[in-house]
Design a binder for this molecule. Structure first.
Ligand code: NAP
Length: 549
């Protein structure tokens, strides 16, 4: 589990109380706290000017300032950082006035303990994030930039352009769920966003990650629209998310959270409305809980409300590994296109979860030598090739790659810069940027993750002749087999694995061929070509349906 670190500015002149706060925070394993203590208002303002503070614990009575004036001056100096006021019992009126005027919370010094302190900090940061940054997301910015570029080049009708720039529908919930063995109820923010309702039901994964926000989910839902349209699937794009770190939850907590999520969003989802699937931090088990909760609500079994569920519940053969398998198919096609022999080609894979692990497996099966892989915990390198099966066994036992003896540890930031033929970022967004793209050393960049490359980096990679296989094409194997799962579910049929794989290969290679043709005909990079291909379909559907009323 990655260690989240929170920097607290403790503004307090009483040494006994300062020591108590530091002691309470030092006992937390997750998140970890760094406490910076100052004893005066001037000291606090000076430290805030340097940035990097996540939350301020503020005593209102200081040697150089007293009462609400202390709060007002800190607030005026820094409008964004959440402030928790600390007060004695006899100052409670003052503290609640500070809250009325924008402090996130107050803590009573006489009653403070580790649990109240941690909860107060956690919620202060969460609320500030929810208030200020829901739409402000670098991912949404990237998704919109990519869209606007393709819309401009393809001459998309301006009315449709404005319509597609933001999602049609979004719902936010503050979700409560019970923690194990505690009386505590945790409240987290949860989202479901539907970008385009024109093409049929909406479709998109559900992500559990501590950075999830409305903007991020909106970006992911936009990419789903383009992906489904590029693959010619009868879906619009959607996405869901919960701002939570699933690695900190027990299985029971994960189940309670998932069931509550389903019930909060039950009016939005359904086999004919919106069909969730796994994404980062969720898996087939999470889909099974969603299906069960939904079925309990309507009174009969509805397997087609989700895809990516276990096979025994109506999941499709091949869905679990489909995204990685699809990536390897497309890399094979791209190798043929540029005359690169897959057999012996070197490959680097960032991320060793569902997409990365299967991508590495199928690339290796096709003859590629996997010389680097990483997850959150570590990056491993072996110029002679890493034994992927042994790495998978290790992760099955230990959850992460950390401690795995089969490769040399390298700094994570160096992994993407390893010299190789095929680079597959399969973890997070925003990994290849203007800052590192000049050091990317591959011939084919195959995007398993959503949004790993910024627009500036795209231009730089294109100028260097690196073929970028864009996310909406390269990781579409998952949604293609999800579509097959949905179709099988609606018809109560089961297709054999060979049929599923060959149908998926057909859909992906057709989409690649169309993208290559557009790229060459319109002299644009592969991402823009794939987007234009997708936009032409969504634009035509919008025009044909017309606008109600
Ligand atoms: P996942 O199963 O949760 O795996 C994510 C992997 O990325 C884990 O190995 C994680 O490491 C690793 N990771 C996270 N942050 C990292 C970092 N900073 N550096 C290196 N590794 C890091 O998620 P997934 O389903 O594979 O999804 C990965 C990406 O593919 C996402 O962008 C997702 O939207 C996209 N995608 C997924 C699917 C699908 O079918 N699942 C389909 C299309 C697109 P730890 O395990 O150590 O946390």
């Amino acid at each position: 589990m990655a260690n989240k670190r929170i920097t607290v500015l403790l503004v307090e002149d009483n040494p006994v109380y300062s020591r108590l706060i530091q002691k309470l925070l030092s006992r937390s394993d997750y998140p970890l706290f760094e406490v910076i203590q100052v004893g005066t208002l001037e000291g606090a303002l000076d430290r805030l000017s340097h940035g990097g503070i996540d939350v301020v614990l503020l005593d209102l009575i200081l040697p150089d300032s007293t009462a609400l004036d202390t709060f007002y001056r800190v607030r005026a100096h820094d409008m964004r950082t959440p402030i928790i006021v600390q007060s004695a019992l006899d100052d409670i009126g003052l503290a609640s006035k500070a809250v009325e005027n924008g402090a996130e919370d107050y803590l009573l010094k006489d009653k403070i303990n580790g649990a109240t302190l941690l909860r107060s900090i956690h919620y202060a940061i969460e609320r500030t994030h929810a208030r200020g940054a829901e739409w402000s997301s670098s991912m949404l910015h990237l998704a919109q930039q990519q869209f606007l570029k393709a819309a401009y080049i393809s001459g998309l009708d301006d009315n449709i352009r404005q319509r597609l720039l933001f999602p049609e529908r979004a719902q936010i919930a503050a979700l409560p769920f019970k923690r194990d063995g505690k009386d505590q109820v945790e409240t987290v923010f949860a989202y479901r966003v539907q970008h385009v309702l024109t093409m049929g039901p909406t479709k998109g994964g559900l992500r559990y990650h501590p950075d999830v926000s409305l903007g991020e989910v909106a970006a992911l839902s936009m990419w789903m629209t383009w992906k489904c349209a590029l693959m010619k699937l009868p879906f619009g794009g959607a996405k869901g998310g919960v701002r939570v770190d699933p690695a900190t939850l027990s299985k029971d907590e994960l189940e309670r959270l998932t069931r509550r999520y389903t019930s909060e969003f039950i009016s939005l989802i359904g086999p004919d409305k919106d069909i969730p699937a796994p994404d980062m931090g969720t898996d087939a088990q999470v889909m099974a809980w969603i299906m069960d909760t939904y079925s309990e609500h309507v009174g009969y079994s509805v397997p087609s409300v989700v895809t990516g569920k276990p096979v025994v519940l109506g999941g499709s053969l091949g869905r679990n590994e489909a995204t990685g398998r699809g990536l390897a198919y497309l890399v094979g096609e791209a190798c043929r296109h540029i005359g690169l022999n897959m057999n012996g080609a070197t490959a680097v894979v960032q991320g060793f979860g569902n997409v990365g692990m299967h991508a590495a497996t199928f690339l290796a099966e096709a003859g590629a030598k996997i010389i680097g892989v990483s997850d959150v915990s570590v990056a491993l390198h072996n110029p002679n090739g890493l034994p992927i099966d042994k790495l998978k066994d290790y992760v099955r036992q230990h959850r992460q790659l950390f401690g795995c003896p089969h490769g040399e540890i390298i700094p994570s930031r160096d992994l993407l810069e390893l010299h190789c033929d095929i680079l597959a970022p399969c973890a997070l967004q925003n990994q290849i940027t203007a800052a590192n793209s000049s050091r990317i050393n591959c011939r084919i960049l195959a995007e398993g993750a959503n949004g790993p490359t910024t627009l500036e980096a795209d231009d730089m990679l294109d100028a260097r002749g690196i073929i970028v296989l864009p996310d909406i094409l390269t990781n579409a194997g998952g949604v293609v087999v999800s579509y097959f799962e949905w179709v099988q579910g609606l018809q109560n049929l089961t297709w054999p694995l060979e049929e599923i794989n060959s149908r998926m290969q057909g859909v992906l290679t057709d989409a690649l061929a169309r993208t290559l043709r557009r790229s060459q005909a319109e002299k644009v990079d592969m991402r823009t070509a794939a987007m234009i291909e997708a936009l032409s379909r969504v634009g035509a559907a919008n025009e044909l349906r017309g606008l109600f009323p």
